[in-house]
Write a protein that binds this ligand. Structure first.
Ligand code: 13P
Length: 261
């Protein structure tokens, strides 16, 4: 029912040549896949060249952040209409690294989501707890607050357009993945939140990705969980072979579920 989305978050990696090389390989190997939506999120200096290379392909492009004002005296920022102007389709919002290093809060995440939606960009909204919150049994409180405050004031129609990424901070770049059961538990919690806050249609339609040390050898088990609809991949998205393998396995898993086998 929900088509999985595999998105590569390249973070602050890959210059223009490296981006071109990576995308050229992805385009060649992933061209025939239809069971999965594929997204790459390069650094902002490579967005234009990557977008041009992927025109008319089955791979979409996302930015890693967006400012909430359209234009004006906001040195260093990039706005939603400018991303739209480039042809970008998605935008990661509220990644834990932005929360940790750049002062991102649920309130600023909320403003960015509204700006993205206003200009027809699909927000990939990141939520997730840090290790001490999980260990002290507060993970669900934290995620509930992040969802409530980040999605405050959205209409049902707007909420239908979201992608949510659950990224436990303790699993990002650590090689330590949440178990499929741990991830599924949180994904279901987020889906229940969407059902309670918006509607069945929102809860049943929104893709909830998992992120945190996703690799070719753990994607199949993660994506086989009922409420896990794809992945936001960091480190492994920088290696063509690993990312291609993750995408292919996700596409196969959809075909299997769709056929009810
Ligand atoms: P890793 O896959 O490197 O753990 O990063 C996950 C992430 O932060 C994706 O946004």
């Amino acid at each position: 029912m929900r088509k999985p989305i595999i998105a590569g978050n390249w973070k602050l990696n890959n210059n223009i040549q490296e981006s071109v090389d990576l995308v050229t390989l992805l385009k060649r190997e992933l061209t025939d896949l239809t069971g999965v939506d594929i997204v790459v999120c390069p650094v902002s200096t490579a967005l234009s060249v990557v977008q041009d290379l992927l025109l008319e392909s089955n791979i979409d492009v996302g930015a890693q952040n967006v400012y909430w004002e359209d234009s004006g005296a906001f040195t260093g920022e990039v706005s939603a209409p400018l991303l739209k102007d480039l042809g970008v389709k998605y935008c990661i919002i509220g990644h834990s690294e932005r929360r940790q290093y750049f002062g991102e809060t649920n309130e600023t995440v909320n403003k960015r989501i509204k700006a993205a939606l206003k200009h027809d960009l699909i927000p990939i909204v990141c939520v997730g707890e840090v290790l001490e919150e999980r260990e002290s049994g507060k993970a669900f409180d934290v995620i509930s607050k992040q969802c409530e405050e980040s999605l405050a004031g959205l209409t049902e129609e707007e909420a239908k357009k979201l992608v949510i990424a659950y990224e436990p901070v303790w699993a990002i770049g650590t090689g330590k993945t949440a178990t499929p059961e741990q991830a599924q538990e949180v994904h279901k919690f987020i889906r229940d939140f969407l059902r309670k806050t918006f509607s069945d249609a929102v809860a049943d339609g929104v893709c909830i990705q998992y992120g945190g040390s996703v690799k070719p050898d753990n994607i199949a088990e993660l994506i086989s969980q009922e409420d896990i609809d794809g992945a936001l991949v960091g480190g492994a998205s920088l290696k063509s072979e690993a990312f291609i393998e993750i995408v292919k396995q996700s596409s196969n898993s959809t075909q299997v579920t769709r056929n009810g086998i």
